[in-house]
Design a protein around this ligand. Structure first.
Ligand SMILES: [Zn+2]
Ligand SMILES: [Zn+2]
Length: 123
């Protein structure tokens, strides 16, 4: 027998959002809770105005859609990272390395210039 998802209000999950009961993907409470337990709302002595069996929970679909969207976003991010790595751009390490290279080339040029001046002066 599958559990039922239950809610106190005619629509929405405002009451469920603020209660300590176990929640289903749809936001409703999973099954009736024990009278005298931590929640006074979702016990057998209260009227449940929303309910559906877990098998037909609309939240399942929403969860599935959210999962697929997450996977697609991850995939996009991964491909972006690969592209960025390929181009050597935006990676702090690569930028720093390229700045270092440029600085070294500049120093080398300066040293060469200085060497030429020295040679010229010595001769
Ligand atoms: Zn509750
Ligand atoms: Zn549900």
């Amino acid at each position: 027998m599958s559990a039922w998802h239950i809610g106190r209000a005619w629509s929405g999950t405002e009451i469920e959002d603020g209660c300590p009961c176990p929640k289903a993907p749809c936001g409703l409470v999973v099954g009736l809770q024990a009278v005298g337990g931590p929640c006074r709302q979702h016990t057998g002595i209260k009227t449940m105005r929303q309910s559906h069996p877990a098998d037909v929970c609309p939240g399942r679909r929403a969860e599935e859609v959210a999962r697929i969207a997450r996977e697609q976003a991850d995939e996009r991010r991964r491909r972006n990272d690969e592209l960025v790595a390929e181009l050597g751009l935006l990676k702090p390490g690569a930028v720093a390395a390229s700045l270092r290279e440029r600085e070294q080339a500049r120093r080398q040029r300066r040293a060469e210039d200085a060497g030429r001046l020295d040679l010229g002066g010595g001769a």
